[in-house]
Structure formats: structure tokens, C-alpha cells
Design a protein around this ligand. Sequence first.
Ligand code: PLP
Length: 455
Amino acid sequence: MSDNHLPTAELQALDAAHHMHPFTDSAELARKGARIITSAKGVWLTDSDGEVILDAMAGLWCVNIGYGRQELVDVAARQMLQLPFYNTFFQTSTVPAIMLAKRLAELAPGDLNHVFFNGSGSDSNDTNLRMVRHYWAAKGQPERSIVISRWNGYHGSTMGAASLGGMKGMHAQGGLPIPGIVHIDQPDWWSEGGDMTPEDFGLERARQLETKILELGADKVAAFIAEPVQGAGGVIVPPVTYWPEIQRICKQYGILLIADEVITGFGRTGNWFGCQTMGFTPDIMTCAKGITSGYIPLGASIVSDEIFNTLDAADEFAHGYTYAGHPVACAVALENLRLLDEDGIVERAGSEIAPYLKEKWESLTDHPLVGEAKIVGLMGSIALTPNKATRAKFASPTGTVGYYCRERCFANNLVMRHVGDRMIISPPLIITKAEIDILIDRARLSLDETLAYLN
Ligand code: PLP
């Protein structure tokens, strides 16, 4: 047992008795006991038994800068002393919120120059949903209210965000989606591309947006929302033809394009934002996670001049969260962005680490269980399959093999997540080449153990 806590078994029992976990089978948790993480540094976690684990998921896709940065602690402490809270409602503001909005406007592409702060990715997407409807109403087109999104997209867990998402298991609980949100298919060539080339498939999936707009009537559609690269859906990297066609369609029909950059923002894909890597310019970006490297919660909706000017001329947007522009969160975000920039973390992740990780990650395709390996920047996935040539699925229910592999990774002190039978990674951007070698070795060992189990 390390320093300051109860024995692991006692913590696990208390956890199972009193702590309700998100997206967790509580019966299984009670049976197995949670793995309790007590400290972290760089890319390494330490658990309550003193085991040291390589975190190839950056927490929950968020600790871009890595664990243990004293600078972030210092600015948070200073800000808490100076001004722990003040709101940004009713004609007041705070210095950290102002300076962070300015910095985000500098970093964001195109004319995305205006920032509405939120508390998380989910509530940022709720903001977006209300904002695009308010925008069209302000333009005299209130009937333009439908938002199109994608099956197997993930946009959060609130009623609005879970409806925007396309996770059928989430929709099944509580009667989602809410009205006014419709879904089209995802650009997942491996699972759904059949005999098409990835390029043709990318075009076909993008054109589903056009078909849907024409079916609904362009004058009824407010916006299309998507992740530049689906994260929680399994790190689905779209074919290169996909995004240019989506951008064309949105422009042609005057549909607002919302890029949900909650995962793909702040260096994850090798550029500051995923839309830059994928080659399109949205009207709104949803940000959270990497904005503070997860050290403290914060979300943001960054919007274009056109949206801002329209809202500015309209009735006040009757929307806002108490913690919007929280001064401590904004101060931490500013320092995080300074370090990501001035320490060259985003630059190095894109130019040096991403190519190395790509080579190593793709080398896993020589493993008998691995079909495709996809990676963009520092987010990657491998598809597990019993037959690479036919891209077959396992006979067992989807996710059984992926879950087993994930458990082997965990036992081998590697955090790698599974989505169905895809294994995914999203390590801190500060991961070194030597640490990538360890990641790959542990992944390969876990794949071997999974293969042995299947045989
Ligand atoms: N959007 C995307 C793309 C996400 O991946 C997530 C969370 O993983 C969210 C939104 C929701 O963010 P939060 O969990 O901060 O509410």
C-alpha cells in the first residue's frame, strides 16, 4: 500500500458500495474491483498497489500535455487565490476568460473568432444545438431547425448531445433522440465498405448527407455535426474523399458545419485542430478535453464571424452555464495552450512523434488477429478479425474479443481501450519514441495472449 490511503481491497469495496461509475457494468465492478489510480507523471499512471501503467489513452483522450505539469498547478493555485470564481453573465467578465477567448480565436482556423464557454464537451454540443437554431431564427428562418449527425458518432451524454450522437445503446435508454435530430451512416470502410474502394465509399457516405438534405428540404436543415475523426466510435478515420465532399454539400445548401473537436483538438491529429488535418473549415468547433489537458473541466464553442454577427444583432441568446468562462479553468487552459505551443509539443507531435507512431502502429498488421491499422496523428485503431482477407467478424458477440484483449492489455500494464472489436489508442502528445516501443511491445504481447485464448 502506498502513502495516504486505505488498502486496495477496502477502497474497492467502498467504491462499489457508494460510487456510481459512468458507462460501467456495476455488477462486474463489484466482482472485480476497480483499478484505483493514485498518481501519474508523463505518460505513466501508478495504481494503489504500486503498479506502473502506460496510459495510451491520455486519461479519456484528454491529457494531451501529459501528467504532472507543475506550471498548470501553479496557475490554478494563483488564480484560486486571486479570483476563484466570477461569472460572465450580465455584462461582467474576467481576465482569464478574455485572454483565453483571444488565444482560441488566434488558434482556430478561418474566421472562427468568437468563443462561448461551457463546462464540458456534452454541454458545448447542447450550446451548439440551441445556438444554430437561434441563429436561423434570427435570420428569419426558424423552421430551419433539424440537425443531421451520424450513426456511431459520439457527442456526449446530455439529452441533446446523446441525441446528436449516434450510439444506439444510448438512444435505447430514455427515448432518444429528441425530435429534430436525424442520422446518416458513418464513413467506416472496414466494417461497412463492402466491395467498394475506400475512396468511392467515402464519396457514397458523404453524399448520404446530400440525399438526407434533399429528403428533408434544405430549408428545414440547420446544421450537420461530426467529429473530424470519430473517436469513441472506434477511431474511424474517414476515406480522403469524405470531408471535401461534406464541405461542398454544406456550402451548396447553406448548412452550418459543426466540427466536434473535443478529441481531435489541441494537437491530437498532428495539427491544432482535426479539421485542419482533414482539410475543411467548419462554422463552429466544439472543444473540451485537451483545451486544459483534462487538468480541470472546460468546454468551448468557437463560432464564425457570420454566426456571431447574426446573434449579436438578434435578441440576447438565453443560454449559459454558471461555470461558463470559469476563471481557474480558463487560466489553466491558457497555460496549457502556452506550453503546448512554446514547448513545441503540438509541433513535435505532428512532425516527429506521429510518423514514428504510425510506422510502429501499422507494423501490428503483421499480427494474425489484426486487419486494418488506422492512425492519424496520435489517435489510432486496429481492427481485430478472424480473417483479414474477408474483413470477417468473430463468431462471438461483437466486442467479446476486443474486451478480452483490453483486459490482457490492462494486465500487462497498458491502457488501451476497445470499441467493439477495435483496439484504440490516444496517448499523451509528449510520449517519447522509447515509450512508443514499450506501448507496441505490450500491445503485441496482449494480442498474442488474445490469439492463444481464441485457439
Ligand atoms: N464530443 C466528443 C467527440 C467526445 O469524444 C466527447 C467525450 O468523449 C464529448 C463530445 C463529450 O464530452 P464530455 O465528456 O466532456 O461531456
